[in-house]
Design a protein around this ligand. Sequence first.
Ligand SMILES: Cc1cc2nc3c(=O)[nH]c(=O)nc-3n(C[C@H](O)[C@H](O)[C@H](O)COP(=O)(O)OP(=O)(O)OC[C@H]3O[C@@H](n4cnc5c(N)ncnc54)[C@H](O)[C@@H]3O)c2cc1C
Length: 656
Amino acid sequence: MSTASSTASRPKIAIILLNGAPRLHDNPLWLLRSPRRLGIPTATHALPLFCLDPRRYDLEMMYTGKEGADGPKTRWFGFPKCGKWRSKFIIESVQDIRTSLKSLGSDLCLVPGRIETVVPQLVESCRSNHPTGADVVGVWISKEISSEELVVERKLAQNLSALFPSVPLFAEWTSTVFPSEFTFSHSNAWPASSAVNPVSNLFGGSTFLQLPDVFNQFRKLVESRAGEPPEPYQRPASVPPLPDWLTLEGIGPENKGIGKPGHDDVSKFGHIPSSLLEVPTHESSAFPFRGGESSALGRLNHYISSGLITTYKQTRNGLLGEAFSTKFSPWLADGSLSARKIWHQVRQHENTHLESEGSAWILFELLWREFFKFHAVKYGDGIFRIGGVHAGTYKETFAKAWKRSVKSGWDMFSVVNADSRWALPNNEAFKSWADGRTGIPWVDAGMRELKETGFLSNRSRQNVASFFLQSVPTISSSQSANGQVAPNWLPAAELFESLLIDHDPHSNYGNWQYLAGVGTDPRGWRKFNMMKQAAEYDARAEWVSTWVTELAGIKKSLEERGGTTEQFHKPWTVNGGRAVDEVGYPRPIAVEREWSHVRFPEVKLGERRSALVANSPSLRQDESSLEERPRDGFGRARSARSNQKRRVDAPWNGGR
Ligand SMILES: Cc1cc2nc3c(=O)[nH]c(=O)nc-3n(C[C@H](O)[C@H](O)[C@H](O)COP(=O)(O)OP(=O)(O)OC[C@H]3O[C@@H](n4cnc5c(N)ncnc54)[C@H](O)[C@@H]3O)c2cc1C
């Protein structure tokens, strides 16, 4: 047999890294595309892969359920980088995609280890362990945006080209509704010229430099120029067989799970750690769902078919239960749900039913997500800068010495460094806020819910952030030697990064910069009145009493005495403060003068809902039946735009 024919008959393997998009639906990775000049690679085998990268996940926690001392930490303040709830969610996602792949006769290769190390090791294993030798025709990955991930991507490209120059790396854009200029890119040659209708082109240039910095301008451009996004990619009907001669022996330095007992399924392609899967979800969690594509698509279908989609605009500021908002964010964040798929299904619903304000509003909110993603493409690490995208780096803003002196965990502020140019934020106040012990139930309920479930409604995120930034300046301000005060939102954003089940760097840091007045908000700082918000969104104090449970006795005695929800939201006023002292709930760390001007609805605690609705404008609106808007002569797009315009022009009641 000639060498040429033996090469032709050798197995050809495609490695598909699913870390950025662990899903079958709307996933271009399954197409195994390549630039035309490289020809179409024909793969006889495919190796779907997920790496549990120890820089991103606490493997100790994943495998044992206990936080590891050496687990990865957030950049400046040393919080665990990926908390328990997100870790659990990721494992569920991995478990789900493995099950789906198995139903297609394939499997998921799960390897703990650094991506740029593991992938070349797998290439070697694929090639050398086959009796007649095998070729790897390429490695396909999701295109990343932010620096931590980009570093990994570049190292992978470098390692592959150094060790296996014939194995190309292909990056596909998988994270937004609209395509970007990175829609398809190859190896180090990013951005590629073969982009299809990229968003960047909408702004009059071929790069993101022209992307507007203000959301409203971005939205108008997308609406007027982008047209409808492309259809989602088809779910693959089949996946090429696995290279079953592959062995994982010795692959990945952090290869803790392989070959060890105590994992839920035994597979030669890597065992799924099961400890966290047994951790029960909090009974009051607003996100009682499992990770993974199957539950994501189930939720999407349910949200649309049950009609929740039509009432979204009325319910989206809710706080309790799973129905008030879509809850798509955790699946969007880990890539198991495609934003374009949501967009498409919402449009399909609008085509078969009448368009509702709710459906238009969901698309509007998805555009916020798009905006923060493209904003991050434009400004890179600027989204992590304390002074905003145009300011100096954190290192430049704060003394380098601070970083060296910062300890991990809650003690981080207790190290006062004499060399520091900036006074350190108030440790005690930060701890009170983070632990949900500020003495203001409306704030504490949010921080406790976040910690105990990993999820928090948008309404509460806005409020706890505003309180952090504006009501207790000693928490968030850092004072320079010349007396200049900067809102130090970074520790809070890093805490969110640690705890959120749906953490997405672009939305998290983008929203924090926005609220801190150093981001994309043309109006600058927005201040929420905590009591106005409590009166409006928790008029029956149901949400607060769900999470601040030590106030149950105070609630009961107020109910018996005909007390009001206003008193419950201000428990420090009950019995001159003795009531909170008795139950060990703290006195408030701050009380703003404007809180006393808020008129709460005249609601007695425990009062029936009908009486309450009559007294509360916000609840009246929530309970009103939503009229579906008939299609008008201007068609759907015009109608959706007019809804959105109304929202943007309306007074924002202290923020989004
Ligand atoms: C301080 C702060 C931090 C945040 N951190 C994150 C984060 O790490 N990850 C994250 O996905 N969202 C973040 N958000 C945005 C928003 O709070 C969540 O997307 C939303 O609460 C998720 O719930 P949902 O899916 O039910 O949202 P819905 O109200 O149902 O909205 C539908 C989708 O629209 C998008 N969306 C809605 N609001 C926003 C927004 N303000 N910014 C960007 N996208 C939005 C999300 O993808 C969401 O899933 C943050 C907001 C604030 C104020």
